[in-house]
Design a protein around this ligand. Structure first.
Ligand code: HEM
Length: 753
């Protein structure tokens, strides 16, 4: 509406002081008597459930108590024909405060102004105390039925489909920090099962820093920025972190995972996930087993190089979030298989000598196979990031019948912590009524009142049994479908603040991890320790951490010590005699290439014959082609996605060179003229930089036609992982074969034998 209209309307109302108010109202004001009905689809209210997308299946239309609410309405207030206040009164104008004349002071009585600004002032809620930076997506979990023998959980029965919401996160950084920092990643999954919500709140690493939740505030205080200057943000490369892990040596296992390539994943889509703790499963017959949960990504475990991670922190701090949402929107749905390792439920709660209650220990897959039990596909991005990703609240106590907890002291403390923090973060005890947190199972609880209570509970007797509201006698309940608290015998034991002796082994599995790495992965680990400790100021902390490295492996310790310019200490105890677990290595296997990104450098004035076909073949292989040209717009009839100014190696998994225009002579910087490249410098230096980076980041590079000359100009022809071919199709085939191994590892200078 034209902003002059309200003034007219006011004039008209004033005119009607004689009694003709209805006649005087302007018909253009929507909803005024005599005007046409408003044309918006539905009335809007910010309190409606989230609008489901069509492919999501049945809309979520239950109230928190399980009753049907009817069809949800849209919450797209900005698309309606008119705006209203939060109470539904229609507005004439949302751009001008109510003033005493056009130049006068603003009137306190302007309710819309105060409501709009007050609400805005309170838009932010506290970020999560850990895992503040994250990205979520919706999906579906389909059970294979293979877990039916060991658990009665209904959602794991063959063919059952369950809606899920997954939130990936970093741990240390604030909500606005970069995605690609070196850190553990959260992998939290909410299964909306019809027997109640199951939250599997895991990480991309199978072990944790500490064995007892009582130390959680301490490790987080150590990892977060220093309290005086509040730096560094989202980093473990600082004194307090290394102070903690070198003093609490149980943290050494998780720390080596962080220093490995697992600390800098290529994508959320290429991360493994782990429930970390051992859980207890119970089947229909009441028999129990112990189990660990694993998520296996369809695309394989794949990481960034450290240089890529650092570049991305500046060039695209949203890299993982963008990658996740781009992939889903492109239809390259991220997929994982859920698997379990199963162990007999013995009184010792150990397997192959490994204490299953110690969250700093793994059970190597070679000793207990990960058995696939279902498939997760993420197929829908959030409609509203705040409503879903920020407001989602996970909790380890959200368990369906058939899955129970164990006495792992880390797990036990987590059972307390999450709901406690969410009471503050989400503003009171009713956050399970927030749409993303609502169970899809019917709810009939006796929880009442509290901040943000949305349910209108009927009846007078919220207690059981009762004789007033027809309440069934309790405790009979629904024995058949109820949650099973496995009646585990709790040992008669003195009350102590102590760990079992097995928890004292802090090094054998760290050594096992180190010895399971390929040489190139070991090299990355050495570089990571050297970098992080090199950022510490206190010599004593570096020396203490070197002592821990000596207790892991002498080569690791010596190499890091050399980098730090310090002597390498001797181990304080004999090194553990361990058998490596090849399953821990990311290198040496082949993976599907779908979902990967291929950059294609083109010369708009060159030979474009093969281009359309190559692009089509990339799409058909389930990958994403991105055309890189000197300028935006179109090349022939194909759209350009990146220009020489915006395309950098970090966002491609491989590069194809079809050609590149010769820049004007004065556009070649002196740097390139001096670089000693073969022949005259005829290639745009930004293309040469792109090739150099792809080469350094050990990515496959293919060239055909004029692209072969471009590759020669970059001086890398004939090196491992570079391909020159007679046609675009041949170049693509060769490059795709190389991509199956993720990177061309032969190019990485490994210095560890
Ligand atoms: C195996 C060890 C652990 C794992 C795998 C883990 C995993 C996670 C994940 C994935 C999140 C993010 C959830 C989300 O995306 O909303 C998270 C948040 C959190 N974790 Fe943990 N965590 C572990 C240990 C602990 C411990 C020991 C404590 C405290 C005693 C703790 C306290 C928290 C808190 C307070 C949050 C924020 C929750 C929220 O604001 O909703 N975590 N954790």
């Amino acid at each position: 509406m034209d902003s002059s209209k309200p003034a007219e309307a006011v004039k008209n109302v004033v005119k009607t002081a004689s009694g003709k108010i209805a006649d005087a109202l302007t018909p253009e004001v929507p909803g005024a008597p005599g005007s046409a009905p408003p044309t918006i689809d539905e009335p809007t209210t910010p309190h409606d459930p989230l609008p489901p997308k069509p492919e999501q299946g049945a809309p979520q239309t239950r109230t928190p108590t399980g009753a049907e609410t009817g069809a949800p309405t849209t919450a797209n207030g900005q698309q309606g024909a008119y705006l209203t206040t939060a109470n539904g009164a229609r507005l004439r104008d949302t751009d001008h405060s109510l003033k005493a004349g056009p130049r006068g002071p603003v009137l306190l009585q302007d309710h819309h102004l105060r409501e709009k600004i007050t609400h805005f002032d309170h838009e932010r809620i506290p970020e999560r105390v850990v895992h503040a930076r994250g990205a979520g997506a919706h999906g579906v979990f389909t059970a294979y039925g293979t877990a039916e023998a060991v658990t009665r959980a209904g959602f794991l029965k063959k063919g059952r489909e369950t809606e899920v919401f997954v939130r990936f996160s970093t741990v240390l950084g604030s909500r606005g920090s970069a995605d690609t920092v070196r850190d553990t990643r959260g992998f939290a999954t909410k299964f909306y099962t019809d027997e109640g919500t199951f939250d599997l709140v895991g990480n991309n690493m199978p072990v944790f820093f500490i064995q007892d939740a009582i130390k959680f505030p301490d490790i987080i205080h150590a990892g977060k920025p220093h309290p005086d200057r509040e730096i560094p943000q989202a980093q473990s490369a600082h004194d307090t972190f290394w102070d903690f892990v070198s003093l609490h040596t149980e943290a050494q296992h998780h720390t080596i995972w962080n220093m490995s390539d697992r600390g800098i994943p290529r994508s959320y889509r290429t991360m493994e996930g782990f429930g970390v703790h051992t859980f207890r499963l119970v089947n229909e017959a009441g028999e129990t087993v112990l189990a660990k949960f694993h998520w296996k990504p369809k695309l394989g475990v794949h990481s960034l190089t450290w240089e890529e991670a650092q570049m991305l922190s500046g060039m695209d701090p949203d890299f993982h979030r963008r990658d996740l949402y781009d992939a889903i929107e492109a239809g390259a749905y991220p997929e994982w298989e859920l698997g379990i390792q199963v162990f007999p439920d013995t009184p010792e709660e150990t397997f192959a000598g490994i204490d299953l209650l110690d969250p700093t220990k793994i059970v190597p897959e070679e000793l207990a196979e990960v058995q696939p039990i279902g498939r997760l596909v993420l197929n829908r991005t959030p409609t509203n990031f705040f409503a879903e990703t920020e407001q989602v609240a996970f909790h380890l106590g959200h368990l369906p019948p058939g899955i129970d907890v164990t006495n792992d002291p880390l797990l036990q403390g987590r059972l307390f912590s999450y709901v406690d923090t969410q009471l503050t973060r989400l503003g009171g005890p009713n956050f399970s009524q927030i749409p993303i947190n609502r169970p899809h199972a019917a709810v009939n609880d006796m929880l009442r009142d509290g901040f943000h209570q949305h349910a209108v509970h009927a009846g007078v007797a919220p207690y059981r049994p009762n004789s007033l509201d027809g309440g069934n006698p309790f405790p009979a309940g629904d024995a058949e479908h109820a949650f099973v608290d496995v009646p585990v015998t709790v040992a008669q034991a003195p009350k102590v603040r102590a760990n079992p002796a097995s928890f004292d082994d802090h090094y054998s599995q760290v050594r096992l991890f180190w010895l399971s790495m390929s040489p190139v992965e070991q090299e990355h680990i050495i570089r990571a320790y050297t970098f992080e400790l090199g950022k510490c100021y206190h010599q004593a902390i570096k020396e203490r951490q070197l002592q821990s490295l000596a207790n892991i492996d002498p080569v690791l310790c010596a190499q890091v010590a050399t980098g730090l310019g310090l002597p390498a200490p001797q181990p304080t105890a004999p090194l553990a005699d361990v058998t490596p677990s090849p399953a821990l290595s990311q290198v040496g296997r082949e993976w599907p290439t779908d979902g990967r990104t291929v950059g294609i450098v083109v010369d708009p004035d060159g030979d474009l014959d093969d281009l359309g076909e190559v692009r089509r073949a990339i799409f058909e292989a389930g990958m994403v082609p991105l055309l890189i040209a000197p300028h935006g717009g179109m090349v022939g009839d194909l759209p350009v996605q990146r220009t020489f100014a915006t395309g950098r190696s970090v966002e491609f998994d491989a590069l194809l060179l079809a050609g590149a225009p010769t820049p004007a002579p004065d556009a070649i910087p002196a740097r390139d003229a001096k670089a000693g490249r073969p022949g005259p410098a005829t290639v745009d230096p930004r293309v040469l930089l792109l090739i150099e980076e792809c080469w350094r980041h050990v990515k496959a590079i293919g060239a055909w036609g004029a692209g072969v000359t471009v590759l020669e100009q970059a001086g890398v022809t004939g090196t491992p992982g570079t391909v020159t071919a007679g046609s675009g199709a041949e170049a693509l085939t060769a490059v795709q074969q190389l991509m199956a191994a993720h990177r061309v590892w032969e190019r990485f200078p490994a210095t560890v034998a």
